[in-house]
Design a protein around this ligand. Sequence first.
Ligand code: FES
Length: 149
Amino acid sequence: MAMYNDKVMDHFMHPRNVGEIENPDGLGKYGSPVCGDMMQITIKVDDNDVISDAKFQTFGCGSAIASSSVATEMIIGKTVDEALELTNKQIINELGGLPDVKIHCSVLADHAIKSAIYDYAQKNGKTYKGLEGFDPDADEDDHHDVADE
Ligand code: FES
């Protein structure tokens, strides 16, 4: 059986939202403590607190590319509060599954998005419930959810 399903392959071969937003409202960078790969997410947030754009760049594997491609699609058009509810488990489910050894790649995308929102919140003096206890520098890969099969 193939390790990666068609949706993962599609997002890997044709990733959405690749790049870097100029003058972003929030920028998040995260390095995976599991594999050392890096992810950068930039976001634009409009006056209604809605994420109007999100882009990613990664020195990461195919699963990281697919995860951030789908994750940026999932947060564009959402409010910051809604985007903060995104979990790596939802990213995996949206992709239709990832191999167990690749779960941390979805964490990379999830954590980089939260870091970008954290940056936005810091710059604008905002607080969000979804950021309570969030530390952009924490190595938290080991206690994230694994997707249900
Ligand atoms: S192996 Fe590093 S992000 Fe996938």
